[in-house]
Write a protein that binds this ligand. Structure first.
Ligand SMILES: [Zn+2]
Length: 235
């Protein structure tokens, strides 16, 4: 999974040693200082996000000269809107790429993040069980992770096999997980295959985005946004 993150990170312009930041909930045993320092990684807890927290995140990102930012589109969208509302110029950031994970990325969300940070956004589709399932190339096409996963597209039960371009369910076999075999495992997401070749020249199959499951959004009584994936992890 670490190799995949580095491999697909390079598609977004990330290189080992580059300053990068995760905006995510902190739960369980977080990485130690030494490991984060060696990886040049910043992790900012977004379990609960209000205006003060957004401003703190903005300051940390500019001060640390973060070049690659990784988070859920919900958090990225809140942060982008915060920066745009305050008229923060994207030149204040040193951002080269934003990687969106964990939720579907809407075109308007992508546009506001690109406006706020002045860099391209790369969508990534991943799952707890498998790591990266698909990741966008520089042409904004979602390529399947054909290097470490064997993915089969199956008809919906009781229905005719789906044609290309129609929503389809799929099962995944992880070729490198020797700890816990996942063989023809169904995540119960629905995707759409895109049979067109990608102009980037890579041969791995493409997915159309947009059909992945939505995550419920939760707001606390005082108006702070609570990370739904963090709550899920706690449960
Ligand atoms: Zn491509």
């Amino acid at each position: 999974m670490r190799a995949e993150i580095l491999y697909f990170g390079r598609w977004a312009g990330y290189e080992i040693g580059m300053r990068h930041c995760y905006l995510r909930y902190l739960f369980g045993r977080p990485k130690g200082f030494l490991q984060r320092w060696l990886e040049n990684q910043l992790i900012i807890d977004t379990t609960s996000v209000d205006e003060a927290k957004l401003e703190k995140i903005r300051t940390l990102l500019t001060r640390s000269r973060t070049q690659v930012l990784i988070s859920h589109p919900s958090v990225l969208s809140l942060l982008a809107q915060h920066c745009l509302r305050r008229g923060i110029p994207f030149r204040d950031f040193s951002m080269r790429a934003v990687i969106s994970v964990g939720e579907p990325l809407l075109p308007e969300t992508r546009a506001s993040i690109e406006d706020a940070f002045g860099c391209p956004v790369f969508d990534r589709y991943s799952a707890w069980e498998f790591g990266v399932i698909a990741s966008e190339c520089e042409r904004q096409q979602l390529h399947l992770n054909a290097g470490s996963l064997y993915i089969e597209f199956l008809p919906h039960e009781g229905h005719r096999p789906t044609a290309a371009g129609e929503p389809t369910r799929f099962v995944v076999t992880d070729l490198f997980n020797y700890e816990m075999p996942f063989i023809r495992y169904e995540i119960e997401d629905v995707v759409v295959l895109d049979r067109k070749p990608c102009p980037c020249g890579r041969k791995s199959p493409l997915l159309k985005g947009g059909l992945r499951p939505w995550v419920d959004q939760i707001t606390s009584p005082n108006g702070a946004w609570l990370d739904p994936l963090g709550i899920e992890a706690m449960l």
